[in-house]
Write a protein that binds this ligand. Structure first.
Ligand code: FES
Ligand code: FES
Length: 165
């Protein structure tokens, strides 16, 4: 790209929550802004905007990504999952049942990081859970309820696994 290419308008297609979206954006637009302002998916939140808090976390090709740290054009050809795509899933229900929700800014990012962990490992160790959760920062939680929520889903997944064997 030349020095002015960031201001160039581009038309991109994104696959989000299994739906296709085509939008005109600037080459310099970050994914978080495109999700919120151009597509209307406002579940990913602008917290710190520098990669620290995790409020903007989405899942791309099964990996957690901080959407404030990447350009929207980098998400072309990826499967993107946002909190809106986790409606009525076990992890979303577990957060409600275990009172693991935080303020509106933090909750979706925490649910996304938990879901990403479970997509990568159906039976993560306590240390791994702690490490993954450290990707999201909130000053007002002890993380205990979130851990309870994730353990309840792990139990559910393992029960399902056993019954499928
Ligand atoms: S808003 Fe992206 S990590 Fe804080
Ligand atoms: S719950 Fe959002 S800042 Fe703590």
């Amino acid at each position: 790209m030349n020095s002015h290419s960031a201001d160039r308008k581009v038309t991109i297609q994104l696959e989000i929550n299994k739906e296709q979206y085509e939008r005109d954006i600037l080459a310099s637009d970050i994914l978080l802004d495109v999700l919120r302002d151009k597509i209307g998916l406002t579940g990913a939140k602008p917290g710190c905007l520098n990669g620290d808090c995790g409020a903007c976390t989405v899942i791309m090709n099964k990996q957690p990504m901080k959407s404030c740290l990447m350009l929207a054009i980098e998400a072309i050809d990826s499967e993107i999952l946002t909190i809106e795509g986790l409606k009525n899933t076990p992890i979303q229900r577990a957060f409600v049942e275990h009172f693991a929700f935080q303020c509106g800014y933090c909750t979706s990012g925490f649910i996304m990081i938990c879901q990403a962990l479970l997509l990568n490992d159906r039976n993560p160790s306590p240390e791994k859970i702690e490490t993954w959760l450290s990707s999201n920062i909130c000053r007002c939680t002890g993380y205990k309820e979130i851990e309870k929520a994730i353990y309840s889903v792990i139990e559910l997944l393992n029960i399902k696994n056993q019954t499928n064997q």
